[in-house]
Design a protein around this ligand. Structure first.
Ligand SMILES: Cc1cc2nc3c(=O)[nH]c(=O)nc-3n(C[C@H](O)[C@H](O)[C@H](O)COP(=O)(O)OP(=O)(O)OC[C@H]3O[C@@H](n4cnc5c(N)ncnc54)[C@H](O)[C@@H]3O)c2cc1C
Length: 642
């Protein structure tokens, strides 16, 4: 850490001269054979030799060049003339995330001869379902750049579960064959908590003090190591283990009512009456799941999610029917599968792309796709029924004529400095819903108002390549909760073996570390926090991330012999300024029937334009993205028949 960062030994995320992080992919064949441009269009980046975005390091996710035109559109910029590609499709899908890809799949399933164009603003497909690929010492190492887990607070319904089946994802079988959830436990490694000097007065790593239960050492002994007052330590022990009813004499339903109207922070502060240091300790516990701290998540949701403090409260599971809403907690609603591929749900996106454009990805199973190379140059060829065009940001979606009677929709997109149009019988807008009023200004005002309310939560998933994990092994540590630090959690890559993919086994091998940062501004209403966090995130350079990552890993792991200059070989910052889709929050959102919620009002079909994306399902989950893609397609097909 004493090496000045200005001495730049990193170039866009990759250590220069590092031997552990080699530069190329591991696949035997060249990934992109040279391909002539499709007629009528200038040559595209995705057709170039060696184009392979999953290997890129540095600032990824919403990467530079992918979103600036959208912000210019929002700020009133216009693009006077467009080149008419002359292309005509049955369907154009805006947004190549899981929702848009699923929409294309469902459309083709109903209309097998249809031709579809999918446009996405990023240099890779998948939306949040992106993969980070690293070649470490000659071994393929994968991490999710965004969405990780095939899971949801609700069981997957027939549409989403049916799609997984069609794609060959046999969840129970894969859970058994691929996941080793006890890998690090079996090595004697544990969860820990890092207290930073700026927040708690001293830097201190307490190994064994995990957010998901503790190991063999009693909690009070672990807490004694923390830089906290005796009172704060006692209160944390009480929150974690004591069975106290903090609302004696109040019925279970009434408790739910009250807990739904107070934040978890207010529950700790005003009901349990804890020390301010205890609030700081718990503040980040909700960030990974909700994208904001404990001040903006209801205590009821935290109870539903199994967070501590409620074990003696005698609250019955199940929704409160007379209140008309269900807390978001897994325990309360049953939950779904728990499975993740080494690159998270990027595997679902890749399976969908293979299903739509078979020659772009070799293989035929959910196992072999994990190590299969994508031939990006095959994604947008004139002779395939489905074309996937990257680096293409849509700025306009309009009917050619009266929306009620028009037979075609025209889509305008920007790519490589040019503006282009293509036409289709219908369009699914599977992009961020809050952007749709700018694409489609003729929508009814009430619908545009509703769409504007769909503010997503910003998140950052950082992947850090390490030369080895001996420092973790030395400290007997594999995951860390760090409530005051720049990234509020970090963990060694989960041990998953699928198909030919093998996770590192020995601490001497290189590994990836996953770090999570949730930029938000506590004290404000949830969506104001999201907006402030987004502005901060977009203003933060990769160099600032790099400095903070090196500093945090150094301070957390130094007693294990970690040296950031020696041990970090590459960094990928997956920045998601528009991350989780907004969900109903009883602290800030008005009561009312589902039909009046902004995601339902906002997703109304408009002539031959239908709206998808997880935003329109009111839930930041893959099943929601899939279900909404399906609904949007069914709306269009019904309109086509009418
Ligand atoms: C960090 C993170 C972790 C997550 N973890 C999980 C998880 O573990 N499990 C889970 O089920 N869900 C998770 N989610 C939720 C995730 O958002 C959904 O599961 C799902 O991937 C959303 O898919 P989507 O297609 O609706 O949206 P997106 O993935 O956002 O796809 C929309 C696409 O449209 C593009 N687009 C936007 N505007 C335009 C335009 N004008 N022109 C062209 N393209 C445009 C976007 O850039 C994007 O590529 C996570 C989300 C994030 C951000």
């Amino acid at each position: 850490m004493d090496r000045p960062i200005t001495r730049r030994d990193f170039l866009n995320g990759m250590a220069i001269g590092a031997t552990a992080a080699a530069s190329g992919p591991l696949f035997a064949a060249p990934l992109n054979e040279p391909t002539p441009p499709a007629p009528s269009l200038p040559s595209a980046a995705q057709d170039a030799f060696g184009y392979y975005p999953p290997l890129l390091t540095g600032m990824r996710g919403s990467h530079p060049g992918s979103f600036e035109d959208a912000h210019a559109l929002r700020d009133g910029q216009t693009w006077p003339s467009s080149f008419d590609t002359g292309e005509e499709y049955d369907l154009i899908v805006v947004g190549g995330g899981i929702s848009g890809l699923a929409a294309a799949h469902f459309y083709r399933a109903k209309a097998p001869k249809s031709r579809i164009l999918i446009l996405d603003n990023h240099d890779d497909f998948g939306g949040h379902a992106k993969r980070n690929e690293f070649n470490l010492d000659g071994h393929l190492n994968l991490l999710n750049g965004g969405t990780l887990e095939i899971d949801s607070p609700r069981p997957y319904g027939p549409v989403a579960a049916g799609l997984l089946k069609t794609l060959g994802v046999d969840v129970p079988a894969l859970v058994k064959s691929s996941q080793n959830l006890k890998f690090y436990d079996d090595l004697g490694l544990q969860a820990g908590a890092f207290f930073d000097q700026e927040t708690f007065g001293a830097d201190k790593l307490v190994v064994g003090l995990g957010v998901d239960g503790t190991g063999a050492v009693p909690l009070d002994i672990l807490l004694n190591q923390a830089p906290l007052s005796a009172r704060a330590r006692k209160e944390i022990a009480q929150i974690e283990t004591a069975k106290i009813d903090y609302m004696p004499g109040v019925s279970s339903d009434e408790k739910k009512q009250r807990l739904s109207r107070m934040s978890y922070e207010a529950f700790l502060r005003d009901v349990i009456r804890v020390d301010p240091a205890v609030l700081k300790f718990y503040h980040a516990r909700t960030m990974g799941e909700w994208g904001v701290g404990t001040d903006a998540v209801s205590a009821l949701d935290c109870w539903g999610f199994g967070m501590p403090g409620f074990q003696g409260m005698k609250i019955a599971k199940g929704s409160i029917s007379r209140m008309g809403f269900t807390p978001a907690g897994y325990e309360d609603t049953g939950g779904s599968f728990r499975l993740h591929f080494p690159d998270g749900n990027a595997t679902i996106a890749r399976l969908l792309v293979r299903n739509l454009i078979p020659r772009a990805i070799p293989g035929n199973s959910a196992e072999d796709i994990v190590t299969a190379p994508v031939k990006y140059a095959q994604l947008d060829r004139p002779d395939t029924a489905v074309r996937l065009r990257l680096n293409s940001i849509v700025i306009r979606a309009r009917h050619l004529g009266d929306p009620q009677t028009a037979k075609q929709v025209e889509i305008t997109y920007l790519r490589g400095g040019g503006s282009y149009t293509a036409r289709a019988r219908g369009a699914v807008l599977a992009c961020y819903n809050a952007m749709i009023p700018y694409l489609c200004p003729e929508l009814p005002p009430a619908q545009k108002d509703a769409l504007h309310k769909l503010v997503k939560a910003p998140l950052v998933y950082t992947s850090v390549a390490l030369r080895n994990w001996q420092a973790f092994d030395q400290l007997k540590l594999y995951r860390v909760y760090a409530p005051g630090s720049y990234h509020t959690s970090l963990h060694l890559n989960a041990h998953v073996n699928v198909g030919a993919y093998r996770s590192p086994k020995s601490p001497r091998e290189p590994i990836l570390v996953h770090m999570v940062r949730t930029p938000c501004k506590s004290g404000l209403p949830e969506h104001e926090q999201n907006r402030a966090g987004r502005a901060e995130l977009l203003a933060t350079s990769f160099e600032t991330f790099e400095r903070n990552i090196r500093d945090q890993l150094d301070r957390t792991l130094k007693d294990g012999g970690f040296d950031p200059a020696r041990d970090i070989t590459a960094i990928t910052v997956n920045r998601w300024p528009h991350g989780y889709a907004p969900e109903y929050n009883p602290l800030f959102d008005p009561d009312g029937p589902e039909s009046e919620r902004p995601h339902v009002v906002g997703r109304a079909q408009f002539g031959r334009i239908a709206i998808a994306n997880s935003d329109s399902g009111g839930g930041a989950y893959t099943d929601s993205a899939i279900n909404q893609g399906h609904r949007a397609v069914m709306e269009l097909l019904r309109a086509d028949k009418a």
